[in-house]
Design a protein around this ligand. Structure first.
Ligand code: ATP
Length: 445
């Protein structure tokens, strides 16, 4: 449905404005001027993100018998981050401009723009790069003297490794199997930008898949295919989707192979998910630092061994941004009017169906229909204004179906279902509405 070509490419200005105006996403603490790198999801944004997380969870955990889910604490034992290398190495190179005082990532200077504080030059006057640790710190304890420094997790995978032994034993899983979680992560990014693309608080959905070293390449290919398939299934335009292998310099020191899943945003091709071959790095470090044996018995050789890890690591906020950019369209209609349409896949759309009586006198049957549908779908009821304007308001937030109740409905017990993308209208019995919608709101299988 959403793969039809867009008539007007979206700009970030238009998208950011629509997101605020219609209550998808807006700056956190907006009435105080916002806080850089933090965003709030409004009534429609939270539905969109919840739909994405639910579909991810269903595909990655519920529909499989070789993946278990967890939900771990945001704050972990500080030793976890020592073992993972974050305390010492989770850094980005930072530079400052002595003139305009702006701060940049040394590896992203292409985006630094011009300096507006120098005479005779628009070049920034940059300091030498220095490493900046991106872990966010907090303190645990009642009084400041006794407090222990702790960190808000910088990624959700750390606690998966520390829970590995417990989860494997409790769920009686054998290699190969995976552990997945969705949750918040925090990074003190030097330069948050591009709306929700790079923020300081965000959600990740990660899978750590534990397998035999001999099968790591096979599983890497499998998970890369599977994740690309998911992105296409949720409606992302395949022409704007690609995967790109990491070259040697891009790989983290523990990573044996990596591939990014990228989307063509208005600001260029950028990663929103990664597949990584992490070898035995994590389990071996946590074994060493905790003193606990995290090895398993290899079913074939009967030897004790540390499983190898293939990871899929995606950002839920970045993926929501992909969905928003990808859905946006402006369509010229006959008569010179333009409508803005968010062409979300119906399974992702925040509101599934709007019930619109053609007259306030039809409130009772329309409300009754909406109440029935509400038990199953996120619905919206609107009885004010002309019907064309009501349709436009729903198009602009991507509601895939509008149902109009008219005076004939009282006689024939039928309603009109109007579809968002083609604007086609079908008359169907009220009693069939729920089943018709349910079928059209599913992801492909
Ligand atoms: P980048 O190079 O963009 O900083 P990364 O390669 O460090 O990202 P990972 O550590 O692999 O990213 O994180 C996995 C996923 O988490 C990313 O693909 C992205 O979707 C999400 N993510 C990472 N950092 C941020 C951030 N600052 N804001 C929003 N999402 C993020």
């Amino acid at each position: 449905m959403s793969s039809s070509p867009r008539q007007h490419p979206v700009t970030m200005e238009k998208l950011v404005s629509l997101c605020a105006r219609r209550g998808f996403i807006f700056p956190s603490s907006e009435i105080y001027g916002g806080i850089n790198g933090f965003y709030d999801y409004g009534p429609l944004g939270v539905e969109l993100k919840n739909n994405l997380k639910t579909l991810w969870w269903r595909r990655m955990v519920r529909e499989r018998d070789d993946v278990e889910g967890i939900d771990s604490a945001i704050i972990a034992h500080p030793r976890l981050w020592e073992a993972s290398g974050h305390t010492d190495h989770f850094t980005d190179p930072m530079v400052d401009c002595r003139a305009c005082k702006k701060r940049f990532r040394a590896d992203q200077l292409d985006d630094a723009g011009k300096c507006d504080a120098r005479d005779g030059s628009s070049e920034h006057d940059l300091t030498e790069p220095r490493n900046f640790n991106m872990m966010m710190q907090t303190q645990i304890g009642a009084s400041e003297e006794d407090a222990t420094v702790a960190y808000l997790r910088a990624e959700t995978c750390g606690p998966i490794f520390t829970a590995f032994k417990r989860v494997r034993e409790a769920s009686r899983q054998k290699i190969p199997f995976g552990i997945a979680q969705i949750g918040k992560a925090f990074r003190n990014e030097i330069n948050p930008r591009n709306f929700t693309y790079r923020t300081r608080e965000f959600e990740q959905a990660e899978l750590e898949f534990f397998c035999r070293a001999e099968e790591a390449d096979k599983w890497f290919e499998y998970w890369l295919d599977e994740r690309m398939r998911f992105q296409r299934d949720i409606g992302i335009d395949p022409a704007k989707l690609r995967s790109r292998p990491h070259d040697a310099e891009e790989l983290s020191h523990y990573c044996l192979r990596g591939e990014d899943i990228e989307y063509e945003f208005p600001f260029g091709w950028q990663e929103f998910e990664g597949i990584h071959h992490r070898g035995t790095w994590d389990l071996s470090r946590h074994s060493e630092f905790s003193g606990k044996d995290l090895s398993v018995t290899d079913e074939e050789t009967r030897e004790r061994t540390l499983p190898t890890v293939i990871e899929t690591s995606g950002g839920m906020d970045r993926t929501c941004l992909v969905l928003l950019v990808d859905a946006y369209d402006e369509e010229e209609l006959e008569g010179g009017e333009t409508r803005t349409v968010m062409r979300f896949h119906p399974a992702l759309a925040p509101v599934k169906v709007a019930v619109l009586p053609l007259s306030k006198k039809l409130r009772e049957p329309a409300r009754a229909l909406e109440a029935g549908l509400r038990r199953r779908f996120n619905t919206f009821y609107d009885e004010s204004g002309n019907i064309g304007r009501r349709y436009r308001r729903q198009d602009e937030v991507g509601t895939p179906f509008c149902i109009t109740v008219d005076f004939d409905t009282l006689e024939d017990r039928q309603v009109t279902v109007r579809e968002r993308d083609g604007m086609s209208q079908d008359r169907i019995p009220i009693d069939a509405v729920e089943a018709v919608l349910a079928e059209r709101l599913e992801l492909p299988r």
